[in-house]
Design a protein around this ligand. Structure first.
Ligand SMILES: Cc1ncc(COP(=O)(O)O)c(C=O)c1O
Length: 259
């Protein structure tokens, strides 16, 4: 590639690497070293390096979040050492999408049915894999809170309360797919969530959905309409920032065909 770039007179001034989301912080460190090695050997004109995203966010209690201060200090030190060794000053960038927004998004679903069976108890909610596809794609876990219609919190995995009186429920959507659940194991089997038993009409709140739910969802799956979206402002006010889709929007591009 370098030979081709030289032949065409191309100069690379920015070098970017992204290791994938949710990575191990140790890999992030290794990635810095690898990228600076590339810049040193192959990109003499580069003045900017981007270390990409991939900063691990703790969505579930017990998960360990990347220590961004320590990773930043490491990156700074390596860029300074690079300058001392080569005389080249680099501007450093990162792309911390998930790190910034993951835990600021929550999906609020309503329980529309309950099925109590000998094998497993289920809550059917009005939003599943068409809103949050990560569990189905790669078994990601999101904290669940159960809230009564009047706003009373029944149970929360966010802060692990309460610890007694919890019952296992599979929480599933309306897409009629075996993987349409908020919690799945690596083989795609439904994993029950421990909650205080709610009633139909109560809410299941799914946390850690600021990244990635909207951008990744199989939108309008089974003709389910895209829900409205609400943002909490700095003053704590809840503001509607998107209306729920209306049915006409699902069919607006369909054309009449004369047979
Ligand atoms: C090039 C690039 N940069 C940044 C990101 C964001 O990474 P993260 O979601 O870990 O913040 C992505 C996500 O896929 C990406 O492809």
């Amino acid at each position: 590639m370098k030979a081709l770039a030289d032949e065409k007179g191309l100069r690379f001034t920015q070098v970017h690497v992204h290791i994938g989301s949710g990575g191990d912080p140790e890999k992030w460190r290794e990635n810095i070293d690898r990228e600076l090695g590339f810049v040193r050997s192959y990109f003499p004109d580069a003045t900017t390096v981007s270390f990409g995203g991939g900063l691990k966010v703790a969505r579930m209690p017990g998960e360990k979040q990347a220590d961004i201060t320590s990773l930043g200090a490491y990156a700074k030190q390596r860029v300074e050492e690079f300058k001392a060794a080569t005389g080249r000053e680099l501007t450093m960038e990162i792309e911390p999408g998930t790190f910034v927004v993951a835990n600021s998004g929550h999906i609020v679903t309503k329980i529309i049915d309950k099925k109590l069976t000998n094998g497993m108890n289920f809550l059917i909610v009005d939003g599943g894999m068409e809103l949050l596809t990560r569990p189905l794609l790669y078994g990601s876990e999101h904290p669940i809170a159960i809230v009564r219609q009047d706003g009373t919190l029944l149970s929360s995995e966010y802060d692990q309360t309460p610890t007694a009186g919890l019952k296992p429920f599979g929480i599933v959507g309306r897409c009629c797919e075996s993987g349409d659940s908020v919690r799945l194991d690596k083989d795609g089997n439904i994993v029950p969530v421990l909650i205080i038993e709610p009633e139909i009409g109560d809410y299941v709140v799914i946390g850690g959905t600021g990244a990635y739910s909207e951008s990744m969802s199989p939108e309008n799956y089974n003709s389910h309409r895209k829900p409205g979206a609400v943002m909490k402002t700095r003053s704590g006010e809840l503001v509607l920032i998107r209306k729920k889709q209306v049915r006409e929007q699902l069919v607006q591009n369909e054309l009449d065909v004369k047979l």
